[in-house]
Design a protein around this ligand. Structure first.
Ligand SMILES: CC(C)(COP(=O)(O)OP(=O)(O)OC[C@H]1O[C@@H](n2cnc3c(N)ncnc32)[C@H](O)[C@@H]1OP(=O)(O)O)[C@@H](O)C(=O)NCCC(=O)NCCS
Length: 188
């Protein structure tokens, strides 16, 4: 299947406990409430600190239209608990998985569950051959999320962190499309 990078194909996604929907204007306060938290911001590459409503508006108006991004909510509730998405990689037939979640909900498997649905969307609906991701070395929970999904380490790099205002040691990860993994397995 040819990769559809038109960004038009962005349906709601449902999992056992979650509903993933497009973020909207009513999410500004929830986004600021989570991303404005230093413990979240310092683990993300592209988030300024401090972070206010104008930053959330920039995210809604300029970032979201150019990426596949969903608000993470519990089934039956519209409250944004986090955000997850795929960012198209420039010049490559790939996209980068990224996510953040309200600290009040850390550790209950929500991001892993949401990420499984988004990864499946990337492979099955978009036909991406590979999904990349990465995390700062001092953020092992994010590494656990990626490893539980089958991502493998591809290298160590320094990566800018806007909130910290410097480059931070990071681990690059990637997950190949299941078909590619089968072909690789047969070759071994
Ligand atoms: C990273 C983040 C999204 C994880 O969300 P989450 O919903 O809590 O993740 P899950 O519950 O699905 O899985 C977390 C895993 O990390 C593990 N974990 C938690 N604290 C840990 C620690 N200090 N060291 C190692 N593993 C840890 C959990 O045990 C779990 O793994 P397990 O299922 O094998 O036990 C969340 O912590 C977050 O929003 N952090 C701030 C933003 C961020 O880091 N985004 C990612 C940037 S790369």
């Amino acid at each position: 299947m040819k990769t559809d990078l038109s960004l038009g194909n962005r349906p709601d996604l449902a999992t056992e406990r979650l509903s993933l929907r497009p973020p909207n204007d009513r999410d500004v306060d929830a986004i600021v409430g989570v991303v404005g938290n230093w413990e979240v911001a310092r683990r993300l590459a592209r988030v300024p600190h401090p972070y206010g409503p104008a930053d959330a508006r920039f995210f809604l108006d300029h970032v979201i239209p150019a990426e596949w991004v969903w608000a993470v909510t519990l089934l039956g509730s519209d409250t944004l608990l986090g955000v997850i998405g795929l960012t198209p990689e420039e010049g490559a037939d790939a996209a980068e998985l990224g996510y953040w979640l309200s600290p009040a909900h850390w550790g209950s498997g929500i991001t892993t569950e949401a990420a499984r649905a988004v990864v499946a969307f990337g492979f099955e609906r978009l036909g991406l051959p590979v999904i990349t991701s990465g995390y700062f070395e001092d953020n092992p929970p994010s590494g656990r999320v990626l490893r539980k999904l089958g991502f493998v380490e591809t290298g160590h790099v320094m990566r800018p962190c806007l909130a910290v205002g410097d480059e931070v040691p990071s681990i690059r990860m990637e997950l190949a499309h299941p078909d590619a993994r089968i072909i690789t397995g047969e070759g071994c």
